[in-house]
Design a protein around this ligand. Structure first.
Ligand SMILES: O=P(O)(O)OC[C@H]1O[C@H](OP(=O)(O)OP(=O)(O)O)[C@H](O)[C@@H]1O
Ligand SMILES: Nc1nc2[nH]cnc2c(=O)[nH]1
Length: 182
């Protein structure tokens, strides 16, 4: 457990890059695009834990059509930050063979996570795989593909809030912050 005074000063000194209102506007636009494309496709929405939790909940509230929900946990950070191999600790339980799948995550940074998850679903029998991330971080260290639905482009800093953690904390914030000086 971290010192609460240190955590509070990280938050109070951080730069707020995206407000709750800006997040909601971006989520509304993403949801409308998803509705236009998938409302008649009975997709399986896949939340990529842990970061995808808030974005998935926010999108689901805006998607009032027939869909199913499942989640995966597949992570490269903390294990091997340079490679694209994922450490899967939870596979989906819903039968997605020949189904349309929508992957939802918080951030598309280098893109290895979303790219590898899409590939896994495609190789294991999904009919088609779409992807959505609230944040796209702007830099030139990325994989070639891009998510089908992106909320906001953000500068290349260490971010937290709205799914993203600072040392395990602050995933719950209704805004996106950058650590001071980073
Ligand atoms: O685009 P990339 O460079 O691959 O990075 C993005 C991934 O990193 C974070 O997850 P992380 O593996 O840290 O796990 P978490 O969701 O539990 O925080 C985030 O939630 C994305 O899944
Ligand atoms: N918390 C956090 N996780 C990430 N995973 C990939 N990029 C980031 C980031 O900027 N912040």
């Amino acid at each position: 457990m971290h010192n609460i005074n240190e955590l509070n000063s990280i938050l109070s000194e951080a730069d707020c890059l995206v407000s709750e209102a800006q997040l909601n506007e971006a989520l509304d636009k993403m949801a409308q695009q998803i509705i236009d494309d998938l409302a008649d496709k009975q997709p399986i929405v896949i939340c990529v834990m842990n970061g995808g939790l808030l974005p998935t909940g926010a999108l689901l509230q805006r998607l009032q059509f027939p869909l199913e929900l499942d989640y995966v946990h597949a992570s490269r950070y903390g294990m091997n930050t340079s490679g694209s191999d994922l450490n899967w600790t939870r596979y989906p339980q819903t039968d997605f063979k020949d189904r349309v799948v929508l992957i939802v995550d918080d951030i598309f940074d280098q893109g290895h996570t979303v790219e590898a998850i899409i590939k896994w679903f495609e190789e294991n029998g999904a009919r088609s795989v779409y992807s959505a991330t609230v944040i796209n971080k702007l830099h030139d260290r990325k994989v070639e593909m891009r998510p089908d639905y992106i909320g906001l482009d953000i500068e290349d800093r260490f971010l937290f809030g709205y799914g993203m953690d600072y040392q395990g904390y602050f995933r719950n914030l209704q805004g996106i912050y950058a650590v001071k000086g980073k």
